[in-house]
Design a protein around this ligand. Structure first.
Ligand code: P5A
Length: 487
């Protein structure tokens, strides 16, 4: 049955994904990811099912970070005096900071900021931790909540005032070059993470005016959402010794001199879950890679009067076997009709479905289908091995990866005239050659109503436009840039 046919059979169903914004709004609630009814704007509640998904996704992020970083925890409150030390940094965040001004009824001597990010909480302590070159490199990360008083339209998992799952890494090095190497390494980690989720991305260096406040440069991961707008799903910043100068973080070299350290920081928020939902989902709900799915396999008995016992017995045998392989599996033996069960588990993105009826009992077989393809096929019980399931999982992820990449590619086009870019605006990413001047950047952004994402840090092989070319605005020496409407 096609997605369309399956959908038309359902009474209460999701809006079509073609109306992406409505679809997203509905799917996160119906699939029980987030409850959006919390009475503070920009703050949302994780349902148990959503939190399980978060745990699985962040488990992977943790696994990657733990290889090369130590996990830490720094306080959520930052004294005003520290937050305001780094001029660029505070300029970038001053409009977004929540302040704690009182303890009970007593005004505080020094106002305390709820961390919008933790540089100014962590770096005064780094000053105390780093003494000599032997202490370097220092690499830590934490997964915490941060607060940003966002003024743009807030949206669950995408634009939050309390970011609940902010993974921030902070590293300290002896030289600019070593920090630069760490930037490359961090980009590698984020690639691995997003490849694990089968989410395609562009790796783009932000223009000067859009880099992280206080950074020397910023490299961002952007993905293209179904409506053609891009979403920044992670950033890696080279901080040079900018913060080291402000917070006086120095180390003693082998020959006794004192030098400023060089730093990097990089972060990912629950936007990674927003991307996972948005990039792979369909009109029936979530589609999740096997490894990230809270319910990897659902077993559904198809009961006929008088044959219930034997059907359930085979279901339980499958349950026992698949559980033994270590997978997250549910036998849905509730009283609902099979159709209602299909609906529920498709909505929640169960990666594989196994159905058993009297015929399967007689043949000692099981009917299998995958959430992305929804084609049913039959295998014998003998064939149902861990190796087989692993193979299916890998094939499913590869199909998801390819499909998502193809959809993204369709939303990226090269243009050499501003009029053409204007026509394309709102449908996807435009690639254009642009020079480095702020004037040409401003002109283009104003004309087409999008944001310049920047130049490719790594140009994907499937983009065949040249890196160099005449600026689309002034005709001068230009470089390949991406421009899009953004989340
Ligand atoms: C890097 C980690 C930083 O804050 N300091 C520590 C650096 N970078 S950042 O680009 O400002 O944020 C990192 C990523 O967090 C996501 N993000 C958000 N997600 C949801 N709601 C928000 N309001 C929000 N703001 C930022 C982005 O993906 C960003 O790349």
């Amino acid at each position: 049955m096609s997605v369309q046919e399956a959908k038309s059979e359902r009474l209460e169903s999701l809006p079509s994904k073609e109306n992406f914004s409505e679809w997203y709004h509905e799917v996160i609630q119906q699939a029980e990811i987030m409850d959006i009814r919390y009475p503070v704007k920009g703050l949302y509640v994780w349902y148990p099912f959503g939190f399980r998904l978060r745990q699985l996704v962040y488990g992977k992020l943790r696994e990657i970070m733990d290889r090369d970083h130590n996990e830490v925890y720094f306080p959520a409150l930052i004294p005003e005096t520290e937050l305001e030390k780094e001029g660029e940094h505070i300029k970038g965040f001053e409009n977004e900071v929540y302040w704690v001004t009182h303890g009970g009824l007593t005004p505080l001597d020094v106002k305390l900021a709820l961390r919008p990010t933790s540089e100014t909480a962590i770096y005064p302590m780094f000053k105390l931790w780093v003494r000599s070159h032997a202490d370097l490199p220092l690499k830590v990360y934490q997964i915490v909540n941060t607060f940003r008083y966002e003024t743009k339209h807030t949206r669950a998992l995408i634009r939050l005032r309390e970011i609940t799952s902010f993974k921030e890494a902070h590293t300290v090095h002896a030289t600019f070059e070593e920090a630069e190497k760490q930037v490359r390494t961090a980009i590698g980690y984020y690639k691995e993470f997003y490849d694990f989720l089968a989410i395609p991305y562009l790796i783009i260096r932000r223009p000067e005016w859009d880099k992280f406040p206080g950074a020397a440069y910023t490299v961002a991961f952007d993905t293209v959402m179904p409506d053609g707008r891009t979403m920044q799903i992670g950033t890696v910043h080279h901080l040079a010794n900018n913060f080291a100068r402000t917070f006086d973080i120095t180390y003693e070299t082998a020959n006794g001199e004192h030098e400023f350290v060089h730093q990097t920081c990089y972060g990912i928020s629950e936007r990674c879950i927003a991307a996972l939902i948005s990039i792979h989902g369909d009109d029936l709900g979530l589609v999740l890679p096997f490894e990230a799915s809270p319910v990897q396999i659902v077993i559904i008995p198809v009961l006929y009067k008088g044959r219930e016992g034997e059907v359930l017995e085979l279901c339980k045998r499958i349950l026992g076997r698949v559980k033994g392989f270590g997978y997250r599996v549910i036998l849905d033996d509730s009283d609902e009709r099979p159709g209602a069960k299909y609906y529920k588990w498709e909505l929640k993105g169960a990666a594989m479905r196994m159905e058993v009826g009297p015929r399967e009992v007689a043949e000692n077989t099981v009917v299998v289908s995958f959430r992305d393809e929804r084609k049913k096929f039959k295998i014998s019980m003998k064939e149902l091995t861990k190796e087989k399931i692993e193979e299916w999982a890998a094939e499913m992820k590869e199909r998801m990866r390819r499909a998502a990449l193809n959809r993204m590619r369709e939303k990226i086009r090269y243009f050499d005239s501003v009029t053409e870019v204007k026509k394309w605006a709102g449908r996807g990413v435009a690639l254009v050659h642009l020079c480095s001047s702020t004037e040409c950047g401003d002109t283009l952004e104003e004309e087409v109503g999008g944001s310049i994402l920047g130049r490719f840090e790594e140009k994907p092989g499937w983009i065949d436009a040249d890196v160099d070319g005449g600026c689309i605005v002034c005709g001068g020496k230009g470089y390949l840039n991406a421009i899009a409407r953004t989340y």
